[in-house]
Design a protein around this ligand. Structure first.
Ligand code: FES
Ligand code: FES
Length: 902
């Protein structure tokens, strides 16, 4: 069918099947990849465009419906001279785009609104954006950007030496608001072959492959386990337990079995039932109880008892100290598998370039990908080049390999570019999850409320493969006593293999699960002694000079007490408000809760260095070569701010090269909230190194002021100005490396697991419908000790996004294999679910960090669920022991409580 329509104001012809989805036609036929596809099912809104001026999900519109109509996409928002529209500029100025994958859809939904209402109310904005999901921002800055569109905040361009602490806009922001950012599915060469993976519908089964020759004749290739040079990968050098393609045995639903390679339409047309696989089902093991049972079959043959790892921390004598306690609280708390639900499904492409393989894919960790692919392919690491695309959200889920191995194998073998894009259900079935946990906690204190003892055991379901399970099992015992000074501690963690999806890294590495338990215990103890919950925590807060349960003395920067001080007025005011509300009676009850946390920045007791380079070319281009991947959190901007101030030139003069393993040094993975602290320090050192070289060339003192104008570098030292002609001086390159000082933990968990810790306290105010069991979070106040806020807008953005994910953890999100593998059955917070969030930034400087900075990515999430659950208890008297606290669970508990009182 041939049809004509108007696209961004221009008459456009298109030819194809009328059932073709508008999103596909825009992206694949018309080259407008600004429109994103997050689900292809009408659930996420990433594909939102305007059709005759009204927002629609373009994945649900057939091209046959477009004839004669007007379509507007994000590419049409900018003016002809490429200048940004007021709406785009407002998104940029407000920090409304983090990873940017939802941004085009958000912009188009907002565009419809602001075109008819230039000064919309908050409620109108929330209604307009209600169909577009964002997993990064918590929506607050997006809503602000739309409300302020007529008067965007002026962009700031700080002078030399003043970048740190300023709210400069993202250095990588413009492509995010114009739709030009290239995500994993956006840059695929036209001639690329396509891979579709056939996955196991069973959680545990043996299988035989039948005759694949008929399929091989239809397609370019059919790959099986036999085609993988070394068929095992995993995060740890000594645990390569996950096959790229299963070899006769599957251990979880969604495991890859066969890869079909050919023309895109051909591989997508082949049904799973056309691939000859004979299954022999075995009863799956679900949950840690099944895994621990004496007669449990083994998920991994070489793992007796299905145990992945165990370990703990021991200090003092916890058992004896409980005897001395005036109050003891205990409880067991369970959490579910939680899905990352980044809006960008895994995607990328690869090609063979001579004797090297080049992979362009969405990732959080280019160098780990490089080394892992080299291992799988039996190549040298130098033969692998990873070119990260823009990453449409990761949250830990893109630390594990996804599309990369099969892309590499197919492109290497076939000598042609090969692409792969996960569908949403495939992304959800195949990828890692947050570890389900069962945390049993016992805490005791004296009559004055001073904590004396704690005993915590955390059991984790690590699913079918190890992934980051050891990291979780190691990190949790160190954090399980919470951010409190407790002289007697016993904590213990164990992780078990099951036939659930592999549980991996997810924003917090198990600490959010543990925090639900230790914060409930703080509330219980405070309640028993009649001490205010905030004051109880303040009394016990770890402070500088205190010694932790691992025997580490916190020399500096332990700002929990300051966070609580900042929260106190909000806490008191909220109490007054809810007392007045609850006095009125009725089915709605309000409550407030508080959650505290601490979080060790970087790897646990392991080296995790970062290396950065800052170069000045003969032409006068100042370039930061950063291997630290920005997955939306803003590290590109943070690194530029730090490096600029360190060298002494304006941030606006710094160009950025990021991620490509051929062009940048290894800055480690984007995880463990480490990039600002670790890579930021490396960037600072690189800037200082370059500055020293410049000062030496100019024979100038340390206070000299630099200015760069083309190839001329001026150095003002006192009253004297010296100029350096860079064209003759040659290229200069500063380099910096930082590896946080830690020590291994001994068998009692004693040592220095982290060089520094972030601290936080959050307050949640909720309203519970007693009759329905629903919880509405009304407000969050988040006080975070970040050491130093390098860019307050980005820090706030991290807090907002972390709070939204914490809200989902507390109240909404539960991944059930085979049942919630899409974004209409698996619910994540929408703009209507996330309340107003007030951020209070505490800057207790960490001397090791760049300008005193620590980290914020994971700390933002950890205290939210405890605060919300504490507020629900305050409102209803129900203590949640199973999370998420879905309405039916809360209603059941309320009814049980009412019965027991009757
Ligand atoms: S891609 Fe269309 S709604 Fe998700
Ligand atoms: S910025 Fe919205 S999904 Fe990442």
């Amino acid at each position: 069918m041939k049809l004509e329509f108007t696209l961004n104001g221009r008459a456009t012809d298109w030819e194809g099947a009328p059932v073709t989805r508008l999103a596909a036609a825009l992206r694949d036929d018309l080259g407008l990849t600004g429109t994103k596809i997050g689900c292809d099912a009408g659930d996420c809104g990433a594909c939102t465009v305007l059709l005759d001026g009204r927002q629609v999900c373009s994945c649900l519109v057939a091209m046959g419906q477009v004839e004669g109509r007007s379509v507007e996409t994000v590419e049409g928002l900018s003016a002809a001279d490429d200048s940004l529209s007021a709406l785009q500029q407002s998104f940029l100025d407000h920090g409304a785009a983090q990873c940017g994958i939802c941004t085009p859809g958000m912009l188009m939904a907002a565009q419809e609104l602001v075109r008819r209402n230039g000064k919309p109310s908050r409620a109108e904005v929330e209604e307009a954006l209600g169909g577009v999901l964002c997993r990064c921002t918590g929506y607050g800055k997006i809503v602000d950007a739309v409300m302020d569109v007529v008067a965007p905040a002026p962009a700031t361009a700080p002078p030399a030496g003043e970048a740190i602490g300023s709210r400069i806009v993202r250095v990588d922001g413009p492509p995010k608001v114009t739709g030009r950012d290239v995500f994993g599915a956006d840059g695929i060469p036209k001639d690329a072959l396509w891979i579709r993976v056939v996955r196991s519908p069973h959680a545990r089964a043996q299988f035989d492959l039948g005759d694949l020759e008929p399929l091989r004749r239809r397609l370019t290739a059919v790959l099986t386990a036999a085609d993988v040079p070394f068929n095992g990968y995993g995060i740890y050098p000594d645990i390569k337990d996950q096959p790229v393609l299963a070899d006769g045995l599957v251990r979880y639903r969604g495991e890859a079995v066969v890869a079909l390679v050919g023309a895109r339409a051909e591989v997508l047309a082949i049904g799973d039932d056309e691939v000859p696989i004979t299954w022999r089902l075995e009863p799956p093991l679900f949950g840690v109880d099944a895994a621990m049972a004496e007669d449990a079959p083994l998920v991994q043959a070489d793992r007796p008892g299905n145990l992945l790892l165990k370990g703990g921390v021991k200090r003092g004598d916890a058992a004896a100290a409980f005897e001395e306690c005036a109050a003891v609280a205990e409880g067991t708390f369970e959490t579910a598998f939680v899905e990352h639900a980044y809006i960008e499904p895994e995607a990328g492409w690869a090609r063979r370039v001579g004797d090297r393989i080049e992979i362009h894919a969405t990732t959080q960790t280019p160098y780990m990908d490089r080394d892992e692919i080299a291992n799988l392919m039996r190549l040298k690491p130098e033969a692998v080049r990873i070119v990260p695309t823009a990453c449409g959200g990761g949250f830990g889920g893109k630390l594990d390999l996804s599309v990369q191995p099969l892309l590499a194998i197919a492109a290497w073998t076939l000598g042609r570019p090969v692409a792969m894009v996960y569908t949403r259900p495939e992304s959800m079935a195949a990828s890692t999850k947050r570890h389900p946990a069962r945390v049993s906690a016992r805490f005791g204190c004296d009559a004055e409320g001073k904590l004396l003892s704690c005993d915590v055991t955390a059991l984790f379901d690590t699913g079918a493969y190890a992934s980051w399970g050891p990291t979780v099992a190691n990190r949790v015992p160190v954090h399980a006593m919470g951010p409190y000074a407790i002289p007697n501690v016993r904590t213990w963690g164990e992780a078990f293999f099951t036939n659930g999806p592999p549980a991996g890294a997810f924003r917090g590495f198990g600490v959010p699960q543990a925090a639900i338990a230790h914060e409930a215990m703080m509330d219980e103890l405070a309640g028993r002694l009649g001490i205010d919950r905030l004051e109880f925590r303040h009394r016990n807060a770890l402070r500088a000079g205190d010694t932790t349960a691992t025997g580490q003395t916190l020399a500096h920067s332990a700002g929990l007490a300051e966070c609580l001080d900042a929260l106190r007025p909000h806490w008191r005011k909220a109490h007054e408000e809810i007392a007045a509300f609850n006095e009125a009676g009725g089915p709605h009850r309000r409550g407030i809760g508080i959650g505290c946390m601490w979080y060790g920045i970087g790897n646990t007791s392991m080296s995790n260095p970062s290396r950065m380079r800052l170069g000045l070319s003969p032409g006068g281009t100042l370039t930061l070569y950063s291997g630290a991947l920005d997955i939306g959190q803003g590290s590109n901007t943070i690194m530029v701010q730090i490096a600029a101030d360190a060298v002494g030139l304006p941030a606006a003069q710094v160009d950025l090269v990021t991620g490509d393993t051929d062009l940048t040094a290894d800055a480690g993975k984007t995880s463990a909230s480490r990039q600002t602290f670790v890579s930021g320090k490396a960037a600072e050192k690189a800037g200082q190194d370059l500055r020293q070289q410049i000062l030496r060339l100019a024979n100038a003192g340390p206070e000299a002021i630099l200015s760069l104008d083309g190839a001329t570098l001026s150095v003002r030292d006192g009253g004297e100005v010296r100029t350096i002609d860079l064209a003759t001086a040659g290229p200069l390159m500063g380099e910096g490396t930082f590896d946080p000082p830690t020590t291994p933990l001994d068998s009692d968990g004693q040592g220095v697991p982290y060089a520094t810790y972030a601290f936080a306290a959050q307050l949640a105010k909720v309203e519970v419908d007693i009759e329905l069991g629903t919880v509405k979070v009304l407000r969050i106040v988040a006080a975070h000790d970040v050491g130093r806020a390098i860019n307050p807008t980005l820090v706030e953005g991290q807090i907002h996004g972390g709070v939204a994910q914490g809200l989902g953890l507390a109240l909404m999100e539960e991944y059930l294999p085979g049942r919630t593998e899409n974004l209409h059955d698996y619910l994540i917070p929408t703009v209507g679910d996330v309340p107003a969030i007030e951020c209070l930034l505490i800057e207790d400087r960490e001397p090791l960090g760049p300008s005193g900075a620590k980290g914020i990515g994971e700390p933002a999430l950890v205290p939210t669920a405890p605060a919300i659950l504490g507020a629900v208890h305050h409102a209803t008297g129900v203590r949640a022991h199973r999370v998420p606290l879905l309405p039916h669970r809360l209603r059941e508990a309320i009814v049980a409580q009412q019965r027991s009182k009757a």
